[in-house]
Design a protein around this ligand. Structure first.
Ligand SMILES: [Zn+2]
Length: 105
């Protein structure tokens, strides 16, 4: 196994994990649940980490670099269930009819 990414933000790590899985790259997230329970360890020792098989590491790094470059860490766009408008992922409600994003709350 080889570590390909680490970040303090579990949201980003979780997003990258999902993207890697979409690319059929099996990965393991370490320290997923340790943030906040660091105790006396240096904080960077308990950041979430993404590990992949060594064979997959070059491709995984490529995918991760692409995701970070494109800003795909923001939520995906969604379609308003009420009026059918396409809404950018960072908006929590439809710009057209103020319907909350599905799955929120
Ligand atoms: Zn709408």
């Amino acid at each position: 196994m080889e570590r390909v990414y680490t970040a303090q933000d579990i949201m980003i790590v979780g997003h990258l994990e999902a993207v890697l899985e979409r690319h059929r790259i099996g990965c393991v997230v370490k320290n997923r649940f340790l943030v906040g329970g660091a105790g006396e360890l240096p904080p960077t020792d308990v950041w979430p980490e993404i590990w992949v098989r060594e064979d997959d590491a070059p491709r995984a790094r490529e995918v991760i670099a692409g995701v970070l470059a494109e800003g795909e860490a923001s939520p995906p766009d969604w379609t308003c269930p009420r009026c059918g408008e396409a809404v950018e992922g960072q908006f929590a409600e439809c710009w057209n009819c103020q319907t909350p994003a599905p799955g929120e709350g």
